[in-house]
Design a protein around this ligand. Structure first.
Ligand code: FMN
Length: 168
């Protein structure tokens, strides 16, 4: 039987290109939390369900483990800085960022590709992660090129990306 080497598995998994989201919530004291996540995926249209997973070691785990609602922001190519900001542990991730209050107080950013306001439908054990199943209560979408993540790097398609670049 082959032994799974975590670093090699991580490299293999990273070959799967994804979009990028920032997922936000708020705790009982009104403190905001947000985390960059590419584990997001759609699950079901009827009922409207999505999922994502969060590392047990994440600083925001306590808040997400207790929350009743969260908001998923699907990021555009113009939001790489936002993705980087929420991909690090820190207390002041929201400093200087304007947010609106969404479902259950979950902070909402403007100008994303889409945001989905969700109620927690279920949480599942997922090894060193917890899997969150969310029911979409409301959403908004608009037209932007997407921000992508592939092989450990941010990437783009569309007008901003290599696919449509003119030859030099
Ligand atoms: C593109 C990208 C995708 C990520 N996806 C996830 C994810 O799906 N789940 C997760 O737990 N961490 C993910 N991370 C790492 C978290 O964003 C990072 O651990 C962050 O510090 C978590 O914030 P927190 O410690 O404040 O909770 C991702 C990072 C990047 C750059």
């Amino acid at each position: 039987m082959s032994v799974i080497e975590p670093a090699e598995l991580r490299k293999a998994l990273g070959r799967f290109a994804t979009g990028v989201t920032v997922i936000t919530t708020v705790d009982a004291e009104g403190r905001k939390y947000g985390v960059t996540a590419n584990s997001y995926n759609s699950v079901s249209l009827d009922p409207p369900l999505i999922l994502w997973s969060l590392a047990r070691t994440a600083g925001s785990m306590r808040a997400f483990a207790a929350c009743e609602t969260f908001a998923v922001h699907i990021l555009g190519a113009h939001q790489e800085d936002l993705a980087k900001r929420f991909a690090v542990r820190g207390d002041d991730k929201f400093a200087g960022i304007v947010t609106r209050e969404g479902l259950g107080g979950a902070p909402l950013f403007d100008d994303c590709l889409a945001h989905l306001e969700c109620r927690v439908e279920n949480r599942f054990e997922g090894g060193d992660h917890v899997i969150f199943l969310g029911r979409v209560i409301s959403f908004e979408a608009c037209d932007h090129d997407p921000l992508l993540f592939h092989l450990g790097r941010f990437a783009r398609v569309g007008a901003d990306g290599p696919a449509r670049q003119e030859p030099a």
